[in-house]
Design a protein around this ligand. Structure first.
Ligand SMILES: Cc1cc2nc3c(=O)[nH]c(=O)nc-3n(C[C@H](O)[C@H](O)[C@H](O)COP(=O)(O)OP(=O)(O)OC[C@H]3O[C@@H](n4cnc5c(N)ncnc54)[C@H](O)[C@@H]3O)c2cc1C
Length: 577
C-alpha cells in the first residue's frame, strides 16, 4: 500500500542489490590494506525503496475501471502482475536492462554478416515475464473484455519497465494487420498469440513463440510515409524483393516486420520474415543502433534491405491504409502506457513525501506539497479513466457503431493529451524527490527520460492533432459520439456544460481550425477527463478538475489548485487499498 499517513504504518523494503556485469573488485585481495571506514554518521530521514506492495490491489481507480468494463476475470493475472511490477526483482531487472543496453554484432569473427543484437539477460527475462503473462495477446485471446483486461496488465507493466513495452505493443498490434492475409495469419498468428518468449533466431516452424516489429520511417520522412523510397520488385505470386532502407526500426531481433515499400501501384505493406523457410537468414542489414535519450533497454536500429524477401500484405498501393489499422492500436496502447507511467511517477512522489521530513514536518503534510501531489493525482486519475473508457470502446467496436466512432476520435485525442502531460508530470515528480530524484539509481530518472518518447513515435503531436481534424472532416459522426459521451456529465456539472459549448463554438469556425488544432484537441481531452471524473471519481476530484482545468482557476504548473479545494479525498484516492 502506498503510505500517505504515517499512522497507517510504514513498509521498509530491503535495499536494492544491483548486480553489475562489469568488472568487479576482488575485495579479498585488498582486505586489511584499507582501514575500516570511520563511522561518521547514521543515515536518517531517507525513505525505504517503494517495493513489496501490490500495484493492482493498491489502485482503486484501476480496479473500479476494470470492474465497470466487465473484465474482473483479469483480477488473478493483474494481482500477479501488480506484485511483480512492485517487486525488488522487477526493479533490479529494469535497472540492469537499461544500464547494460543492447549491443550490435554486425559480423562474426570470420567476417560473415550476422546482424545480431546482444541483450543483457535481464532484458530477456523481462520479455519472458511480459509475453509469458499474455501482455501482448490477451486482447485477442480473452473470451470477453479482452482489450480492458489486457490494458490492465499493460498499465501495470508500464509501472515497471517501458523498453520492453515497445516489442510487446508491436506484437499485439501486428495481429490486426496479419489477419489481412489469411495464409499469413494461419502460419503466424498461433505463435504470435502464445504466452511465451522464444528469442532464438530460427525459422517460424522451429519456434515456439514469435514477435513482430514494424519498420516504416525512412530518413526523408516518418510522418509523411508517402515519401518512402524503398522499392519492391515482384518475383512471383505475392512475393517480392525489397531494396532500400529504414531510419528507425525498433526491436530488430523480432521474427518478422511489417514494412512499407513502393511498387508500381504506390506505397504497399509487406511482411519481412527474419528467417527464411529453408533456415537461412533473410537479408536484413542492421547498420547501427541508435544512441537514445532514454528507452535504453530497447534496441532501435537503422536497417537496409538488399534483395530482401518479402510478401505483400493487403492491397497493392494501399500500404499506408493497411498499416493505419496497426497505428490505431499502438496509439491506444500509448494512452494506456501513459496512464501507467503517470501512476508510477505519482507513487514515487507520494511515497517519498510520506517518508521525508523538512522543517519539522513530513513533506506530505505540508500544504504546498499537498497541492502539488493532489494536482498530479487529478492528472493521473483523469488519464486512467480515459484510457479504460477507450479500452472498453475497443472491446465493443464490432457490435456498436457508436463505440467504433468513439475509438476513432478518442484514440488520437487521448494520445495527444496524455503524452503532452506525462513529461511535465515526470519532471514534477522528480522535483518532489529533491536531489535524489535526479540520480540514476532511482526509477524516476528513467521515467523522466522515457516520458517524451510516446509523444514522438506513432504520430508526433501535430500529426496526431491533424488526424483528429481528419476524423472531424471524414467521420463527423465521431464527434457526435464523443459529445453524446459527455452529455450526462455536462447535465450534472455546469462548468463542463459551458466548456463543451465553447468547444462547439471553436469547431464552428473551420477556416482557421488547423492553426488552432492543438487547443481544440486539448479541450476535447480535458472535457472527456472531466466527464469521466464527474461520473466515476470522488466528488472532490471532479470539482477540483473542473475548477482548475475547465474554469481556469489554476496556474501554469502543477501545485496551483485553488485554495478552497479539498485535497484529502483526492490524495486518499491514490492511496486507498
Ligand atoms: C526511439 C524511437 C524508436 C522508433 N522506432 C520506430 C520503429 O520501430 N519503426 C518505425 O517505423 N519508426 C520508428 N520510430 C520513428 C518515429 O515513428 C518517427 O520518428 C516519427 O513518426 C516522426 O517522424 P520523423 O522523425 O520523420 O519526423 P517528421 O515527420 O519530420 O516530423 C517532425 C515534426 O514535424 C511535425 N509535423 C509533421 N508534419 C506536419 C504538418 N503537416 N504540420 C505540422 N507539423 C508537422 C511532427 O509532428 C514532428 O513534430 C522511432 C522513433 C524513436 C524516437
Amino acid at each position: 500500500m502506498l503510505i500517505l499517513d504515517a499512522a497507517r504504518g510504514v513498509r521498509r523494503g530491503a535495499p536494492f542489490s544491483f548486480q553489475s556485469r562489469g568488472p568487479t573488485m576482488n575485495t579479498a585481495c585488498v582486505e586489511g590494506a584499507i582501514p575500516a571506514a570511520p563511522k561518521t554518521h547514521e543515515v536518517i530521514n531517507q525513505p525505504p525503496p517503494l517495493v513489496g506492495h501490490n500495484a493492482w490491489d493498491d489502485d482503486v481507480v484501476l480496479r473500479e475501471a476494470v470492474a465497470r468494463a466487465g473484465a474482473t476475470w483479469v483480477a488473478p493475472r493483474a494481482r500477479a502482475m501488480g506484485e511483480l511490477v512492485a517487486s525488488e526483482r522487477m526493479r533490479t531487472l529494469a535497472w540492469q536492462a537499461n544500464r547494460y543496453g543492447p549491443e550490435l554484432r554486425s559480423h562474426d569473427r570470420f567476417g560473415h554478416r550476422i546482424d545480431a543484437v546482444d541483450y543483457h539477460p535481464a532484458y530477456h527475462e523481462l520479455m519472458r515475464l511480459a509475453l509469458g503473462a499474455g501482455v501482448h495477446s490477451l486482447a485477442w485471446t480473452a473470451k470477453s473484455a479482452g482489450f480492458v483486461g489486457r490494458a490492465a496488465l499493460f498499465y501495470l507493466w508500464n509501472q515497471g519497465e517501458n523498453g520492453v513495452a515497445c516489442p510487446v505493443t508491436m506484437t499485439c498490434a501486428s495481429v490486426q494487420v496479419v489477419r489481412n492475409e489469411p495464409a499469413l495469419a494461419r502460419e503466424w498468428e498461433p505463435k504470435l498469440l502464445v504466452e511465451a518468449y522464444d528469442p532464438s533466431p530460427r525459422p517460424l516452424h522451429e519456434k515456439s513463440a514469435v514477435t513482430v516489429g514494424m519498420a516504416m520511417t525512412e530518413k526523408q520522412g516518418g510522418s509523411d510515409l508517402r515519401t518512402n523510397t524503398t522499392r519492391a520488385d515482384p518475383i512471383g505470386a505475392d512475393a517480392y524483393v525489397l531494396t532500400g532502407h529504414k531510419w528507425f526500426c525498433s526491436a530488430p531481433m523480432s521474427d518478422g516486420f511489417l514494412t512499407l515499400a513502393r511498387t508500381d501501384a504506390g506505397v504497399t505493406c509487406f511482411f519481412v520474415p527474419r528467417s527464411l523457410p529453408d533456415g537461412t537468414r533473410n537479408t536484413f542489414l542492421i547498420q547501427r543502433l541508435k544512441e537514445k535519450v532514454g528507452n535504453k533497454s530497447n534496441a532501435s536500429s537503422e536497417i537496409e534491405f538488399a534483395g530482401t524477401w518479402a510478401r505483400r500484405v493487403g492491397r497493392d498501393g494501399r500500404g499506408i491504409a493497411t498499416l493505419i489499422e496497426m497505428a490505431h492500436l499502438t496509439r491506444f496502447d500509448i494512452v494506456v502506457a501513459q496512464a501507467g507511467m503517470m501512476r508510477a511517477a505519482l507513487a514515487e512522489a507520494i511515497h517519498h513525501a510520506a517518508h521525508r521530513t523538512a522543517f519539522g514536518a513530513r513533506l506530505v503534510d505540508q500544504p504546498l506539497m499537498r497541492n502539488v501531489l493532489a494536482d498530479m493525482a487529478l492528472e493521473w486519475e483523469a488519464a486512467t479513466l480515459v484510457a479504460f473508457r477507450l479500452a472498453g470502446a475497443f472491446d465493443r467496436l464490432h457490435d456498436d457503431a457508436n463505440e467504433r466512432l468513439l475509438t476513432r476520435i478518442l484514440t488520437p485525442v487521448a494520445k495527444y493529451w496524455l503524452c503532452k502531460r506525462m513529461t511535465p508530470m515526470a519532471t514534477e515528480a522528480m522535483e518532489c524527490l529533491g536531489g535524489s530524484g535526479y540520480v540514476e539509481e532511482g526509477p524516476i530518472a528513467r521515467l523522466y527520460r522515457e516520458a517524451p518518447l510516446n509523444g514522438i513515435w506513432e504520430g508526433s503531436g501535430n500529426v496526431i492533432c491533424l488526424d483528429v481534424l481528419r476524423v472531424l472532416e471524414k467521420d463527423p459522426q465521431a464527434l457526435d459520439a464523443l459529445m453524446a459521451e459527455l452529455a450526462p456529465a455536462s447535465a450534472a456539472e455546469p462548468r463542463l456544460a459551458r466548456f463543451v459549448a465553447g468547444i462547439r463554438d471553436d469547431l464552428a469556425d473551420r477556416a482557421s481550425l488547423e492553426v488552432r488544432a492543438r487547443r481544440v484537441v486539448e479541450k476535447l481531452a480535458l472535457a472527456t477527463g472531466a466527464a469521466l471524473l464527474v461520473r466515476h471519481g470522488a466528488p472532490a476530484a471532479a470539482d477540483a478538475f473542473c475548477a482548475s482545468r475547465l474554469a481556469a482557476d489554476w496556474g501554469h504548473a502543477f501545485g496551483t489548485l485553488p485554495a478552497g479545494v479539498d485535497l484529502r479525498p483526492i490524495l486518499d484516492r491514490v492511496a486507498a487499498a
